[in-house]
Design a protein around this ligand. Structure first.
Ligand SMILES: NC(=O)c1ccc[n+]([C@@H]2O[C@H](COP(=O)([O-])OP(=O)(O)OC[C@H]3O[C@@H](n4cnc5c(N)ncnc54)[C@H](O)[C@@H]3O)[C@@H](O)[C@H]2O)c1
Ligand SMILES: O=C(O)[C@H](O)CO
Length: 358
């Protein structure tokens, strides 16, 4: 039996039907779709994560394109339903496709898009924030103040780690990993060690030039190294931030064995995807190594945390907010709408007008 559908409709008489499974920030994305003769339907169901059945009900009998979210399971069932409804386009409002079966989409003739780039700096800034929060024990200290425990300055009170001159390690030096590395190198004068399948030439040039600038000004130059293995990064770095995509090769990339390679006072930050870290092993490691700290934006079984994690004082945890700046979220929504419009190209969308309205 078809489920009831709760929606908000824009441009009810539009020729093409485009669905967004969630309300998204700003109105520019809606304007773009409306200008191209789309009827835009936004799901208003009061449920954080929509099920496959919910989305099938939204798609209905006729649907030209869908903007979906990373919490949804875009596999064979949904692409088959979208294709049957005449759909040609799907865009994830996220970077990457780990919740999307691209082969299934291709099989059903649905083009798939995602929203990289506009979230690079915002996500890197959150990774930098988590690095600082963990290094300087900001959340613990904040809780201490609010609990009325502060009785006056003490030499040992919330002593943390100085970043300057230490080594920052980046696993996955793509767009976000490189932006984070630049922030930590330039902002805190950290040396860089990174591991990626590809050489990050621009990043290397940046660190070299910045090192030369520091030297010319009588300061200790910063350095960079491309590691030949991920283990080398884990062994050498003081702060390690994870930025690879999630796929079969990066699932549980950081496991019990690899955690044990890291320095006892190291900081691990994850703003990539939860399953890149074996969270059960991480909780055990945090428990056994109180000076080891983590900053986590993502979790293995979102929205849940593995048992014990919430009790760990040496963990800073935030609810997947790395891309949550107004500019970025509006940009992601705009990009997702453009992806859908471009991929509905067989519908003779007027690209000249699109390009002039963004
Ligand atoms: N927490 C958030 O809100 C948030 C926001 C944006 C992106 N992300 C995640 O961050 C990821 C990276 O985004 P991006 O825009 O930088 O992507 P990107 O494609 O530019 O960078 C990913 C990098 O990972 C590298 N890589 C792939 N497999 C690897 C492996 N096995 N070992 C080491 N490196 C490997 C790639 O070569 C690439 O350089 C996204 O796929 C997404 O999962 C999370
Ligand atoms: O990949 C993404 O885009 C994030 O996880 C949400 O912004």
């Amino acid at each position: 039996m078809a489920k009831p559908v709760q929606i908000e409709v824009w441009n009810p008489n539009g020729k093409y039907r485009v669905i967004s499974t969630k309300s998204m920030p700003g109105t520019r994305w809606i304007d773009l779709l409306v200008q191209q003769d789309c009827r835009v339907e936004i799901c208003t169901l009061n449920k954080t994560i929509l099920s496959v059945e919910d989305i099938i009900a939204l798609i209905g009998d006729k649907c030209d394109g869908v903007i979906g979210q990373l919490t949804e399971d875009w596999g064979d069932t949904l692409f088959s339903a979208l294709s049957k409804a005449g759909g040609k386009a799907f865009s994830n409002m996220a970077v990457g496709y780990n919740n999307v079966d691209v082969d299934a989409a291709t099989k059903y003739g649905v083009a798939v898009g995602n929203t990289p780039g506009v979230l690079t700096e915002t996500t890197a800034e959150l990774a930098a924030s988590l690095s600082l929060a963990a290094a300087r024990r900001i959340v613990e200290a904040d809780g201490f103040m609010r609990a009325g425990l502060y009785e006056g300055w003490l030499p040992h009170l919330f002593v943390g780690n100085l970043l300057k001159g230490q080594t920052v390690g980046v696993i996955g030096a793509g767009r976000i990993g490189s932006a984070y590395a630049r922030m930590m190198v330039e902002g805190f004068k950290m040396n860089l060690i990174y591991y990626d399948l590809y050489q990050a030439t621009r990043l290397e040039k940046f660190v070299t030039a910045y090192g030369q600038f520091l030297k010319a000004n009588g300061e200790q130059p910063v350095t960079w190294k491309r590691a030949s293995s991920m283990d080398e990064v884990l062994q050498e770095a003081d702060v390690i931030s994870l930025h690879p995509i999630l796929d079969k090769t990066t699932y549980h990339l950081v496991n019990k064995e690899r955690l044990s390679m890291m320095k006892k006072e190291a900081i691990l930050v994850n703003c990539s995807r939860g399953p890149v870290v074996d969270e059960v092993a991480l909780v055990e490691h945090l428990r056994e190594n109180p000076m080891f700290r983590v900053g986590l934006d993502v979790f293995e079984d979102e929205p849940y945390m593995k048992p014990g994690l919430a009790d760990m004082k040496n963990a800073v945890v935030v609810p997947h907010i790395a891309s949550a700046s107004k500019w970025t979220r509006e940009g992601m929504a705009t990009l997702a709408a453009l992806n859908v419009l471009v991929d509905m190209r067989s519908l003779h969308i007027n690209f000249f007008i699109i390009l002039h309205s963004i």
